[in-house]
Design a protein around this ligand. Structure first.
Ligand code: GDP
Length: 369
């Protein structure tokens, strides 16, 4: 494409190279009379929002432009990876707008999960990041849990405002918006077309509601520290839990290691006795070994016994980097590997080393569940 063209729906500059990036138009569609990007096309013809990606700096720039808007702001986070999907700079842009947090994928948590405790945990977490949501909802966009409550809140508080949805990639933002539209878009006479945000050439699409306001779909922010941003589509499938997670309990006595496939290694490096409860996709096998054997096993069996990743993919992923933590022994502690899962450690004061591909985030937190 030589000449610069713009989408007639949202105004974004069109490109034909990167299907998941903003402004993508299939080359064949350039012959058509009307040039609209794939995202606008799908909303218009299939009433369906598709995910679009953008890095955090560009995204915060966009938010800067719309912070003056009169909107209900919905921050969607992924309960399976809260640190990796939380947009840290958000508090600067919310202004006086009503703000709610919607935590998706509650279907992955065991049935026994204390939801009040999880909400309290999220409220504290938000507060530490300067955010004070008016409400926190635990939902599953895919399994249709809790969506009605969110829709009711929106309806009761909208009062002529737009609904602005922000979230990281893969939190389920598209699924959420696609489910939300039919609930709050009662007037089916209106055709779902997209439009440009007034006065700007933002990469944002506005989906009209029957009262003249809009649901605003922003691009999904890419957080590079999440393992999910690095792996192949097959491995992504394996690490993304589809069903309720069955926590796997290991009593570690002394210096032992747990391998999560070949994607992470968690060592108890002191002669202590602790329970390590692993929350991760049921498709990732766990192998327990002694620490003094772990290096050898990794070198010999990566991509085979220790998989995913496959041997080929293992060559492409960054080498393991060590993260060391002291576990206080006061209450339960989670060690979270961004995009992969977490281990809840309970018992004595101990030290833990976590090995993950370089660049992947590892965080310690007070146990979530
Ligand atoms: P987006 O990138 O934020 O727009 O996310 P998508 O809507 O494309 O969803 C990303 C992934 O999360 C997909 O594999 C979905 O199937 C999955 N997903 C979305 N909502 C849920 C949910 O409520 N529970 C679970 N377990 N997975 C979900």
């Amino acid at each position: 494409m030589n000449e610069i063209k713009y989408c007639e729906g949202c105004g974004v500059e069109l490109q034909t190279e990167f299907p998941k990036k903003i402004g993508y138009i299939p080359p064949s569609a350039l012959d058509k009379e009307q040039h609209i990007c794939q995202r606008c096309f799908r909303i218009k013809h299939y009433n369906e929002v598709i995910p679009i990606e953008m890095d955090e700096d560009d995204f915060l720039q966009i938010l800067n432009n719309i912070s003056m808007s009169d909107s209900i702001v919905i921050h969607l986070v992924d309960l399976f990876d809260i640190d990796g999907t939380f947009i840290t700079g958000l508090h600067r842009f919310i202004g006086d707008n009503p703000f709610i947090m919607v935590a998706n994928k509650i279907d992955l948590f065991p049935k026994s999960t204390n939801k009040i405790k999880v909400k309290q945990w999220l409220a504290n977490y938000a507060k530490e990041h300067g955010l004070f949501p008016e409400e926190i909802f635990l939902i599953s966009a895919e399994k249709n849990i809790g969506l009605m409550d969110v829709a009711q809140y929106i309806e009761a508080n909208r009062k002529g405002k737009d609904v602005l949805v922000v979230g990281a990639t893969n939190v389920g933002k598209s699924t959420f918006i696609n489910r939300l539209i039919p609930i709050i878009h009662q007037d089916t006479e209106i055709e779902l077309t997209t439009s440009r945000y007034p006065g700007t050439t933002l990469n944002i699409v506005r989906i009209p509601l029957s009262d003249g306001n809009y649901i605003i779909d922003t691009p999904g922010v890419i957080h590079k520290e999440r393992l999910s941003e690095w792996v192949s589509p097959e491995t992504l499938k394996a690490i993304s839990p589809r069903k309720t997670i069955k926590p796997k309990v290991y009593q570690l006595i002394g210096e032992q290691s747990l391998f999560w496939g070949g994607l992470a290694r968690i060592d108890q490096v002191r002669k202590t006795r602790n329970s390590f409860v692993c929350y991760l996709s049921n498709d990732i096998p766990i192998h327990r070994t002694r620490i003094n054997k772990a290096d050898e096993i990794y070198d010999k069996h990566l991509g085979e016994l220790l998989s995913p990743p496959s041997k080929e993919e293992a060559e492409l992923l960054p080498r393991f980097q060590k993260h060391s933590f002291k576990i206080s022994g006061k209450g339960k502690t989670d060690v979270v590997i961004s995009g992969l899962g977490w281990v809840t450690i309970d018992g004595e004061v101990t030290n833990v080393d976590v090995y993950v591909p370089k660049g992947i985030g590892v965080h310690v937190r007070k146990a979530l569940i």
